[in-house]
Design a protein around this ligand. Structure first.
Ligand code: NAD
Length: 709
């Protein structure tokens, strides 16, 4: 049944207590009542939806003219999950368990018709029904653990009864989303309907037997299988407390009656809901949705992109080309000469070969992707591209030469992007006669893996060019964060301050090992000195050289890394940098580095002091948030949550801590400000407290509240 037919049959909407139109309506089809949810965009289980569903089920249960009920989310939808914004508030009646209990207790057969996502709470509603029919586009899953939660309305207990304990652990802990056929194979769907799933549900509802999962026993399972599923889930838990809770609650489904299982599940859910980890994950989820809303883009339409060119096939260019091939684009890869172009192609072929070996893609996929790649060494090959991404050397003269030539050959309307990390985007745009077409697309290494794409807006970047960049990010599966033009944009600007202060700590007495250990204990994938060794100390060295002429003499400068570079210690690629590395890549402190550090301290007359891991963390987190506040006040970042997204997706900041600005709010801004004042004393010019931080700390504000205001 299409939407129009449904609208024609539509009965009156259920009225909420406040009298406003409910997003839930009921229509009659003979003895079958269809309860339809219509709450754009995804039918999230907001309070009016819960109210409407509860009222509808209760009313229809009591209506003798109704023989069976169908729950539908309309064309292309079912219920995609909870309303995350409500989760910041205390639970508000009717809560989802009440709605699910009403369905479970209904005396008439209830059928769920799924034509889209039935996730989280939506899946819990479907599991409470007697039958679940899906269209081929149905998606089913208890995805709560992705947000640091477990299902809280019977999902774990019903799934354990439906699929067995081991499978339930696997599905819930993995936060898996099943496609229709997979859901059918596991019994989460009772049928996949090729045609009109709602019409089929209406036809089958009266004859459906009541078969509530709540009355079923948990199927007997192999203990070893359950152990293995639990062990596997814990292995991938990455510190998310919801995983252990989910395992415990699912296994307990066997220990008592259904009601006891529900009570245990609900208690665990409510505790997790308030956990800092779940709050951080919710924050990041909402942040990702906010990040693509960019003021000034209203009405701007993305330019169509059907072919792309990349200039430079080094570390970044090859990765960017692969990411574009992965997203389905034909890619022309331009290098300086035929040999370099061939090397670039070989690099990408090698990357795909490794993915075939690891089973990530098939051999046919590799061939198909490589067939879309055209290596070239002549700028004429760029003439037809709709988008060009420049990833050549980080040198203004090189960028100037390239953008002037690009301006000559690129077709009118082509988007001209640069992957520059630090250079002035306005200056790059000025090399062309079309600065409005120029934008920064700052990918992170490895570009085909890292999720962050910093989209840098120059002074004259056209709105539709920015819209094109955002739509490209979506197609590539990247997380875009829009940044203004400044040295280092959002990410590298804040990172530079973070690195400087890590070096101050070392010069003042902490060892690089101690700094990295403190960061890794906090949850960073890698400490900052280990990261430097991986990227190569020469990169930061070049940046410091570039800045030397304009650096304020009152900014404290630590020369340890310069000495390491001078002695040939460029990081992993030379066998050592801040650390030494063995053949297996394990790092260890090196007495030679310790001597360089000791000499630097002595030259400054510094008597080394010790720092606790907590002091190290507090200092480094505070200076990140402080620089973030400066970027916000200058309009370089649009929102605090954008900064969080950038650090979590591009710099290894622990997801469970929500990002530097979220962490600062959690620590309390007065405490952060006090730490920044101490950091200022240690770092001098360039480390001043941000005016915004000072104001928010004084007024009892937070970055989150400032953002909303
Ligand atoms: P790279 O030295 O590995 O590669 C640069 C490539 O560009 C080389 O293969 C070189 O032959 C080619 N090239 C130079 N001039 C060219 C020209 N005129 N025409 C065609 N090809 C040319 O450098 P990279 O690390 O890939 O960095 C490239 C850009 O990406 C830089 O602007 C850098 O700041 C930026 N970036 C680097 C990283 C990183 O982690 N390496 C991360 C983000 C952004």
């Amino acid at each position: 049944m299409d939407d129009k037919a449904h609208a024609a049959l539509r009965g009156g909407p259920m009225h909420g207590r406040d009298g406003a139109d409910s997003p839930v309506s009921v229509t009659r089809h003979g003895p079958v009542a269809v309860v339809r949810i219509d709450h754009a965009p995804v039918n999230a289980l907001s309070k009016p939806v819960r109210q409407g569903l509860l009222a509808a089920v209760r009313t229809l249960d009591a209506d003798p003219a109704v023989a069976a009920i169908v729950i539908s989310g309309g064309a292309g939808r079912f219920i995609a999950g909870a309303d995350l914004r409500e989760m910041a508030l205390p639970p508000d009646a009717p809560v989802l368990p009440e709605v699910v209990a009403a369905i479970d207790g209904c005396s008439k057969p209830v059928v769920a018709a799924l034509d889209g996502a039935a996730l989280g709470g939506g899946c819990e509603i479907a599991l409470a029904c007697d039958m679940r029919l899906g269209s081929p586009r149905a998606l089913v899953g208890l995805t709560e653990t992705r947000l640091g939660l477990i299902p809280g309305a019977g999902g774990t207990q019903r799934l354990a009864r439906l699929a067995g304990i081991a499978k339930a652990i696997e599905l819930v802990c993995g936060g898996q989303v099943l496609k229709a056929d997979d859901a059918l194979a596991l019994g989460l769907l009772d049928g996949v309907v090729e045609g009109d799933v709602l019409a089929e549900a209406i036809a089958r509802a009266p004859g459906t037997a009541k078969r509530r999962l709540s009355t079923r026993p948990v199927p007997a399972g192999e203990c070893a299988e359950e152990e293995a599923a639990a062990a596997e889930a814990l292995k991938g838990a990455k510190g998310v407390p919801a995983i252990a809770a989910a395992i415990r609650v699912i296994r307990a489904a066997r220990d008592g009656d259904f009601a006891a299982g529900l009570a245990r599940e609900r208690a665990a859910f409510l505790a997790l809901r308030e956990s800092p980890e779940a709050k951080a994950l919710r924050h990041l989820f909402l942040a990702a949705r906010e990040a693509v809303k960019v003021p000034g883009l209203e009405g701007a339409r993305a330019r169509p992109i059907s072919s792309v060119a990349v200039i430079g096939a080094g570390t970044m260019g090859a990765g960017i080309a692969a990411a574009l091939l992965d997203a389905g684009y034909p890619v022309t890869l331009v290098e300086r000469d035929a040999e370099a172009a061939a090397t670039g192609r070989a690099r990408i072929a090698d990357l795909y070969a490794r993915q075939v070996t690891s089973g990530r893609i098939g051999a046919a996929q590799k061939d198909e992707r490589l067939a879309r790649l055209t290596p070239a060494c002549d700028f004429a090959a760029l003439a037809e591209a709709d988008l060009v991404v420049e990833a050549a050397f980080e040198d203004m003269a090189v960028k100037g030469d390239i953008f002037r030539r690009l301006d000559q050959v690129a077709r009118p309307g082509a988007v001209l992007a640069t992957n520059t990390s630090y250079l002035d985007l306005d200056a790059i745009a000025a090399f062309t006669s079309r600065p409005h077409d120029v934008v920064g697309l700052h990918f992170f290494a490895p570009a085909n893996v890292m999720k962050l794409l910093e989209v840098v807006k120059a002074a004259r970047t056209a709105p539709d060019v920015l819209a094109t960049a955002l739509s490209l990010a979506k197609r590539m599966g990247k997380q875009p964060v829009v940044a203004g033009n400044c040295d280092g944009f959002i990410g590298n600007r804040i990172y530079a301050v973070y690195r400087r202060h890590a070096e101050y700590l070392v010069e003042d007495g902490a060892s690089p090992e101690a700094v990295d250990a403190a960061l890794e204990a906090y949850g960073f994938a890698m400490g900052i000195f280990a990261v430097s060794d991986m990227s190569g100390l020469d990169i930061a060295f070049a940046m410091r050289q570039r800045r030397a002429a304009t650096r304020d003499p009152n900014e404290r400068y630590v020369a340890i890394a310069d000495h390491l570079v001078a002695s040939g210690r460029l990081g992993r690629k030379t066998g050592g940098g801040w650390y030494d590395y063995d053949g297996a890549g394990h790092r260890a402190g090196d007495p030679a580095v310790a001597r360089v550090i000791a000499a630097a301290r002595a030259a400054r007359g510094i008597v080394p002091r010790s720092f606790t891991p907590e002091e190290i963390r507090r200092r480094l987190l505070a200076v990140m948030a402080n620089e973030g506040a400066k970027a916000l006040a200058e309009g370089i970042a649009l929102r605090a949550s954008d900064i969080d997204l950038a650090f979590v997706n591009g710099y290894g900041f622990p997801r469970l801590k929500g990002g530097p600005m979220f962490a600062a709010d959690a620590a309390g801004l007065p405490a952060v400000l006090a730490e920044v004042e101490a950091a200022h004393a240690a770092g001098g010019t360039g480390s001043e407290p941000a005016a915004l931080l000072v104001r928010l700390a004084r007024e009892g504000g937070s970055f989150a509240a400032w953002q909303t205001a």
